[in-house]
Write a protein that binds this ligand. Sequence first.
Ligand SMILES: CC(C)(COP(=O)(O)OP(=O)(O)OC[C@H]1O[C@@H](n2cnc3c(N)ncnc32)[C@H](O)[C@@H]1OP(=O)(O)O)[C@@H](O)C(=O)NCCC(=O)NCCS
Length: 172
Amino acid sequence: MTLESERLLLTPWEQEDWQPFHAHLASDPRVMRYITGGVPWTEEQAREFVTRQQRHYLSLGYCMWKLTLKAEKAECSLAGFCGIQPIVIEGEQSVEIGWWLAERLWGQGLATEAARAALADAYGRCALERIIAFAVPENLASRNVMEKIGLTYLRDAVYRGSQVVVYAGGSV
Ligand SMILES: CC(C)(COP(=O)(O)OP(=O)(O)OC[C@H]1O[C@@H](n2cnc3c(N)ncnc32)[C@H](O)[C@@H]1OP(=O)(O)O)[C@@H](O)C(=O)NCCC(=O)NCCS
């Protein structure tokens, strides 16, 4: 299946996508700044991410969708990802929405555009009632996307040893 926004296609992953995902996103310290403190993921971590998203799609019908720019479809270039996945924060099971974009594409409203499409699908086709998002407090770009798609600040929490802010939407 394919979700669509004005400029983007949101699709499930192919196994070989791990390579451009690693090359253009997961090994870029600028992309990883607020994820790992700038430490690149290994190739193995990128492979595991793609495999995990494929598993989510097969078992749940949703995942962190692969993003492709419609204008670049012919080259099949990977723009990033945006979508939903199960998450446990401080023992609470939720579904989170998240996004990573290749650095060359920042600042054009693309994350917000993708997130609106993914969120509409989450509430609509997936019939989810509540979606959360979280980030380290300094990640202002990501927090702005959360606010622009209608999520509101819920609480501070600790996730894998990092202090994070949690936002929520739907039946908060
Ligand atoms: C977070 C990310 C996806 C945002 O992508 P994007 O396409 O540039 O986002 P958008 O353009 O849709 O919106 C970002 C908003 O934050 C603002 N913004 C961007 N950088 C900012 C900064 N350093 N400080 C404050 N605001 C900032 C933008 O101006 C924009 O707001 P506006 O539309 O009101 O002007 C992108 O920065 C990214 O991939 N970061 C690395 C991965 C990451 O951290 N993911 C989130 C993990 S929680």
